[in-house]
Write a protein that binds this ligand. Structure first.
Ligand code: BGC
Length: 609
């Protein structure tokens, strides 16, 4: 027994030691045993102490053998597994940190979206997709766009495009070179918040027209000035030639009932816009009226959803024999447009179109997928977000996926945790609780306390920060959210929750993309021709590994799997909506060939700029 002890004790304290067991190791063993007994049997302290007095006299080796019962305690596996015998951090902070980590894990679990549910989501998406092809007024709107072909890269010409659809309004001119390349010039202005909820459409649309005027003056001054001079010198206001007029593609990224290539009425606003006066009106006409008031040489030639523009742009620029099948946006909002067979569109098509291709681009408006919540994952924070949003019950998919909402979900979850007395989140009792040896403070104007106050960009920072100290994230918590000196545990909890929300969004995105891929039947075709998808938007562009998480989900989707996932090619179509709008303006110009006046201007290509 004593021999056993001798071989075990040095191995425990000094694994590499070749020293013979002697007085010092045995003393260490005694001290260690004492610590163990104090730690694990605090109530037995007195008894132990008395015994130790009794054995105080004999030589050290005897003492060791007297302690043999305690030494058996030291061999207990749980004790051996966690070596530091002396506490290195204030013991009191541990339970709080552990409670916070535990609570964060519980919140994270609520955002889990299992493989099984992903598959259920795809099935339901396909069902709702089909329903929308049969009738109007369904959850997935499935809006026919009257665009019946995608470009092949040979298109040429100079066009204007404007893009209204999120936080910014963009005006651009695009020179299509006819060899899959283009030159784009653009300016961008933030939409004043008050205009997003203006009383009348005129307030918003006159602002847009003014931006077009500024753009022309800055980037196409010669053409603009020639036009003004011509107008002022001819006797009738229509005396100038139409060939001098820019064709403008209007990217309007809201649900619109499109009835022609440059005609469509607003169904509802999304993404925080709310001007009831516009609903039911033709948005192209609203813009044209304001453009005409400023006498600008611009004709609104095409109405385009940003997803349709992205699809067009990807097809123009992407390599490959076949065009893209899907254009999708994962930005402030989310949506997708894809190429559907005309024969599958069972609801009436009111506008005119060329049916020779047998296809038509459909704007799915998938932001509204499953508004009835048949399959969408739902946490208490999703419920709260929806209830407090300007459009409760609508855009339920978008509210779980897009940039406008992800920050708000995180904010609501975090706010709940901050109000939980059992954990200490973004607060410290004193500086010993905080690894920065300070105490966390939150500014009273912190975005954490304001609806929409947590910008989704911090989710990307959280996901990207792989440093053990989470320094970048903590710095952003300070600068963006006025959370001063957050502890490491706070930042870890924040990162875990933000990442769970981001991951769920990516897996939901995979549901929508995979369903469309399955619907278009591309994977059923033999060969290895890629199924091409153009995407744009801050989330897919900047959120770390967003696309990787989408692919990870593809691999477990029935009908896609490992092999199918390899064939799906997702590529960024940067500024797709602008380029795509230009391409559709070009299509519109070709359609004008049926009109004798327009014929004239097509044979005499625009001399603008
Ligand atoms: C709109 C769509 C748009 C998407 C992406 C959604 O809120 O309803 O029309 O395509 O945002 O911008």
């Amino acid at each position: 027994m004593t021999t056993n002890k001798k071989t075990q004790i040095p191995a425990f304290f000094d694994p590499g030691s070749s020293r013979p067991v002697g007085v010092v190791p045995l003393c260490s063993a005694a001290v260690f045993t004492l610590i163990l007994i104090l730690q694990f049997f605090p109530h037995g302290f007195k008894l132990f102490f008395d015994t130790s007095i009794l054995v105080a006299g004999p030589p050290v080796s005897h003492r060791a053998s007297t302690f043999s019962p305690s030494a058996r305690v030291a061999q207990d596996p749980p004790v051996c597994e966690s070596p530091p015998p002396f506490p290195t951090t204030p013991p009191v902070s541990k339970p709080l940190a552990m409670a916070l980590a535990e609570e964060a894990r519980a919140v994270v679990r609520q955002f889990d979206y299992s493989d099984e549910n992903v598959n259920k989501g795809v099935k339901e998406f396909l069902r709702q997709l089909d329903e929308g092809l049969h009738k109007d007024g369904t959850s997935l709107s499935q809006i026919p766009t009257y665009v019946t072909a995608v470009p092949n890269g040979t298109e040429k010409g100079l066009y204007l495009a404007v893009d209204l659809g999120g936080t910014n309004f963009r005006v651009c001119s695009i020179n299509l070179n006819g060899d899959s390349t283009f030159k784009l010039t653009y300016s961008k202005v933030a939409i004043p918040k008050e205009l997003m909820v203006a009383k009348t459409s005129e307030e918003l649309f006159s602002f847009l027209a003014k931006q077009i005027e500024d753009f022309l003056k800055t980037h196409h001054f010669h053409h603009y000035e020639t036009h003004v001079r011509r107008r002022n010198t001819v006797s009738s206001p229509t005396g100038y030639k139409d060939e001098h007029v820019f064709r403008l593609g209007f990217t309007f990224s809201f649900p619109v009932k499109q009835v022609g290539i440059n005609k469509g009425t607003l169904i509802r606003w999304t993404k925080g816009f709310d001007i009831p006066d516009t609903v039911g009106k033709d948005v192209c006409a609203l813009l044209q009226t304001e453009i005409d008031k400023l006498h600008l040489p611009v004709k609104v030639a095409a109405l385009v959803n940003d997803t349709v523009g992205t699809l067009m742009a990807r097809s123009y620029a992407a390599p490959g024999k076949t065009g893209a099948v899907l254009g999708a946006i994962f930005g402030t909002g989310t949506n997708g447009a894809y190429v559907e067979k005309l024969s599958n569109i069972k609801k009436p098509l009111e506008g005119e179109f060329d049916d020779t291709t047998g296809d038509m681009v459909i704007n799915t408006e998938w932001g509204s997928f499953d508004n009835q919540l048949n399959v969408l994952p739902t946490t208490p924070w999703d419920v709260q977000l929806d209830k407090e949003s300007p459009n409760p019950g609508f855009q339920m998919f978008e509210k779980r996926v897009s940039g406008m909402f992800l920050g708000e979900i995180v904010r609501l979850a975090i706010l709940d945790m901050m109000q939980n007395d059992k954990i200490s989140f973004f607060k410290d009792e004193n500086s010993s609780f905080n690894d920065w040896r300070s105490t966390t403070n939150i500014g009273k104007h912190s975005g954490l306390f304001r609806q929409w106050g947590l910008d989704s960009s911090i989710l990307s920072v959280a996901a990207a920060d792989a440093n053990p100290e989470l320094g970048t994230l903590r710095q952003q918590l300070e600068s963006q959210l006025e959370v001063y000196s957050p502890s490491l545990e706070d930042a870890q909890a924040f990162k875990a929750i933000a990442s769970a929300v981001g991951r769920r969004a990516a897996r939901l995105s995979a549901v929508a993309i995979a369903a469309i891929v399955l619907q278009t039947g591309g994977l059923d075709k033999p060969g290895d021709e890629p199924i091409d998808i153009g995407v744009d938007g801050s989330l897919v562009e900047h959120y770390p590994s967003f696309r990787d998480m989408i692919y990870e989900a593809f691999r477990i989707i029935d009908g896609v799997g490992e092999e199918g996932a390899k064939r799906i090619r997702i590529g960024i179509a940067k500024d797709g909506s602008g380029v795509g709008a230009a391409l559709i303006a070009l299509v519109a110009a070709k359609m004008e060939q049926h009109n004798p006046f327009a014929n004239h201007q097509l044979h005499n290509p625009p001399t603008i700029a």
